[in-house]
Design a protein around this ligand. Sequence first.
Ligand code: FAD
Length: 382
Amino acid sequence: MKTYDTIIVGCGAAGLMAATQLVRRKKSVLILDMGDAPARKVAISGGSKCNFTNMRADYTHYFGKNPRFVMSALAQFSPRDTLNWAKSHNIKYIEKETGRYFCRDGAKDVLNALLSDIKNTPIKYNTNVIDVEKENDFFTIKTTNGDFYSQSVIIATGGISYPHLQVSNIGQMIAKKFNHKIEPPRPALCAIKTKAFDSALSGISLGAEIIVDKHKIVDDLLFTYFGIGGPAVYRATLINPKEMIINFAPDTDVFEFLKNAKQTNGKKSVTKVAAEILPNKLAHFLCEDARNIADFKDSELKQIAAKINHFEITDGTAIGFTSAEVMMGGISVDKISSKTMESKICPGLFFAGEVMDITGDLGGFNIQWAFSSGFVAGKNAG
Ligand SMILES: Cc1cc2nc3c(=O)[nH]c(=O)nc-3n(C[C@H](O)[C@H](O)[C@H](O)COP(=O)(O)OP(=O)(O)OC[C@H]3O[C@@H](n4cnc5c(N)ncnc54)[C@H](O)[C@@H]3O)c2cc1C
């Protein structure tokens, strides 16, 4: 009966990074994955250009019950370490915004670099893990392809978004079995459905500011046929997909702007005036009035200004796991050591990546978390 030092469940970014450290430490490793190819989310990430890190990664860019949990792992394997790792593997990268790094030639470069670090490590694909048992300090990993044995296990099974890529909640089931708490999963980094807008606005995109539970997000917003999406909305879903206030003209005090137009350009329709600072269709939708601006009372202009500077959404719902980039919630980090990623309840059981209740902001923070937590788990397991 072959017993490995460590079995890694999940061949994503976190599982592969964990494997690189185990291999470096000359541990015997087996990786199990239910899919038929490695790191399928990495392959499609960042529009297939993989936004693999962000130099601003610190706990303020992470969400979950205890975002500070990320601090130790980010210190042990920092965004700078990720960039140096990319350089040492000849990955050509581009910095799109300050500190935000993408692969120049495609996400496959990150994947190939990870695989090159673990040559000869067995990876069993199409192997669905269905349970993990522990007896006398040894783990039995039960799968659809038989049982496997190890001294330690790293659960790196990711989140349940993008189900067509073959995902499961087995990580949470296993953690629960070993008495870890589970924070309820919900989809995030995705568009929201709302009845607040007309589907005719679909396709319009503009820079906007969103206020959501006291957070201010300034980014692009895109109208869809079912609601709104785009980076600003994606990021808002990390906080509260239901209620948010949108400022469609963040650089303009619209009430002042309209009052001024009433004085100087009174014969123009209010819609035409609004269209000077908004896309035409959106101006029509928000103003809904063909009268000349001179015919408006200031109180009416105030109401129009409020719709532009302070549009309230109260019925938002995240579009769902099918197209959400990440899962929020997951295994509570309460009983996991932030320094080693080992369970405080079950020695030898480790966790890495998105499966835990840690979710990063849009911008390379999630793959950085997968790398940092995977690195730490791989340094300590086995
Ligand atoms: C469209 C899209 C774009 C994204 N773009 C970016 C980006 O540019 N930058 C960024 O930072 N993040 C991005 N993300 C998020 C990022 O890809 C993930 O957070 C990250 O890849 C998670 O890595 P992981 O290793 O924890 O999990 P995963 O990559 O999900 O790996 C988990 C693995 O475990 C396997 N598994 C699950 N259950 C079982 C089981 N029962 N038995 C065996 N194997 C199992 C899965 O098949 C999977 O291969 C994006 C996500 C999506 C969906």
